[in-house]
Design a protein around this ligand. Sequence first.
Ligand SMILES: [Zn+2]
Ligand SMILES: [Zn+2]
Ligand SMILES: [Zn+2]
Length: 422
Amino acid sequence: MVAACAKCCGFVGSVQAQLEVIFGEARFAPLLAALGGLPQRWQESAGAGSGSAVRCAQGCGEIYCSEACRDAHLQHSHNLLCTGPLDREDHPLLQFKYHALEHADTLLLAAQVFAFLINRAKATGGGAQATETLMRELLCFCHAPFREACRAPPGRAKDAEFYAHTDGVVNHAAGLLRAALEPHAPQEVAALFQGGNLFFSEVLGMFEYNNIDVEVASPLGAIFISRAQALVAASTSDPQAAAELQQLEALVREKEWVMRCVWGEETTGIYGDDEDLAKEGAQLLADDVDTAMGDDPVQDQKVATAAMADARIQVSQMTLEQVLKAAWPSLHGTGFFSSVARMNHSCAPNMKIEFPSNSACLTATSILNVAAGEELCISYIDQEADVQTRRRRLLEYGFTCSCSRCLEEDSMALRKAQKRLK
Ligand SMILES: [Zn+2]
Ligand SMILES: [Zn+2]
Ligand SMILES: [Zn+2]
C-alpha cells in the first residue's frame, strides 16, 4: 500500500509516486494531472532528495531506500531468502512466500530469523553446535509453541478446528522453509529442525508475546505542513503562492476524504475496540471469518454512498490547520526488539515507545522522572482503557496486572460498590 525499504522500513519513492499510491483509483486521475509539476517542487522545497528506490541486484523486486540498506539486508538474511535467482515456480522458497502472504506476515519474519541465525552461526565457524548456542540465546525470551501463544479471533474459541488450522499453517510453512534453506546450510538447518517444527513454532510464539507494533509515519505530512506555512506567509503579496496554496489545500482535503472512505483501518491506525484483539491468530483464520458487510448489495451500496457524503461534509468543516495535521497513510508492521522485549508492563509506565525517524528504528524515552535502580516499564496495551478492559487484554500476555494504577482503580471501584450497597 505504501512503498517502504525492506531493511529500515523508511518510505521510499518521490512525493509524486506516493501520491499516486494514495490516489490510485482512476477517478482521481484529473486531480493528479491538475497538480502538474507541483509534487516535484514540494519534494525539492523539503530538501527530500529524489526519493528514488534502490532495487535488489538479483532481481527479486525487493526495494530499498539506499545501497547501504540493500547491502545490509543481503548480509543479514536476504542472501538466503532472495527469490531473484529462482527459475521455477514450485521452488519451496517461492511456495513459502506465497503461503506466508496468504496466511500471516510473521511467517516471513520467522524466515528472516532462521536465515539470520544460519548466517551468524556460519560467521563463527558454523555447524550444529554454533547454531544450537544461538537458538538457546533466542529462547531466553518469553516463548511458547505458536498454538499456545496465539490468540483466537474475536468471538471464536480456541477449539479443535482452530488448533488444526493453525498447526496446519505452521507445519506447512516450516516444511517449505526447511526445504528452501537446507541446500545452503545442511548442518545448521539440521540443528534448527532437530525437534521437528517445534523451534519454528516457538519463534512464532515468541513474536506473539514480545513483538511491538511498528508504525512509521508518512513523511508527506511534514512536507505539506512546512510548504503550507511558507505559502500562507507569502500568499498575501504573491498571487502565485495563493494559487499554489489553494491547490495544496484541495489535495490535502481530498486525501482526508480518501482516508475516511477508501482506506481502511489497517492504514489509518484507527482500530475499533474488537479489532485490537484480532492479531496474528485472527490472520491465520482470515479465510473463515465473515466480512462485516451484509448479503444485500443494493442496501450496502446505499449505506456506503451515504457514509461517503457524510465524510465530505465532515472534511469541509475542518480548518486548514486541522486537515494539514491529520495523518497520512502510515506504515504498519510488527517487529521483535530484543532490548524492549525485556521490559515489563505497567499501566502507568515511565517509558514510551516511538518511531520518530522515517524508519522502524525504535526509540524508548522516559516520560517520568526515574530514580536510580527503578525499573523501566512500558505499556503493552492501550493505556486509556479502564481497569477491566486493561486486565482482559493483559490476560493474553499471561498475567494479571497489579501495578499501582490498577490497585488504585480497583479500590476506587470497590468503594463505589460498597456505597451502592449501603
Ligand atoms: Zn532503508
Ligand atoms: Zn532479492
Ligand atoms: Zn496495571
